[in-house]
Design a binder for this molecule. Sequence first.
Ligand code: G3P
Ligand code: MG
Length: 252
Amino acid sequence: MKDPKKTMLFPPPHFSLIGHRGAAGLAPENTAASFKMAKNLGINWVEFDTQCCKTGEWVIFHDDTLERTTGKKGRLHDTALKDLEKLEVGSFFAPQFKGERILLLKEALHLLISLELHANIEIKGDYTEDPDLLRGFISILSQDWPKTLPPPLVSSFHLETVKFLKSNGLEVPYGYIIEEFKPDALEVVKKEDFFSLHCDYISLSAEDLKWLKKQQVPVLLYTVNDYETKVRLLNEGISAIFTDYPNLLIKD
Ligand code: G3P
Ligand code: MG
């Protein structure tokens, strides 16, 4: 992992598209339907969000609160798995997706394996108060992702989470996510020997992109939903982008 050029995740000059929350513009985010949609559109990689619910299980869910995607009040962290299992996360998007449910992390991994998709797992939440939950995450990845496959790329906005996983023996490539690009964040990626820096493409100037090109660290940008921006970033040497609309970006 020392020299990203030697890794096969995003081998330069190859440019990768990563389906954001599956294909969140075309199917309900972070669901089986969304992952299958991404696969059907020719995507090789999907990003999804995972966090722990009240009873300690890792589930696939983006928001802190339930309302936007389930229509129910409450917080994910305060809801037990048995109650999450009763929720439906498809019809907020469109009626034909009614019946989609919240996946457990291990279910999502098994589905991605069967679909032959690479995984970028984004960890939401702060687990500094309860590191056993992160140990549980390590166990799931160790048990439910075959050693024969390229490991998932594990990322988070929470630097301490990424550092904890790395120092506790989970041997995967790591991504550090930030919103606004800052050169300091790239120094963190280099110092901690992470694989990649992920940030919002809006925050990058043409000068930032030029500088990043020289840094030899894969940069992954979210969330790009138009073809022209994709082509511009590709020409600037960006390693991969996250998109909600793989159908709009795969034209060549
Ligand atoms: O992992 C990249 C991107 O998904 C981060 O933002 O809010 O969509 O999880 P968000
Ligand atoms: Mg995400």
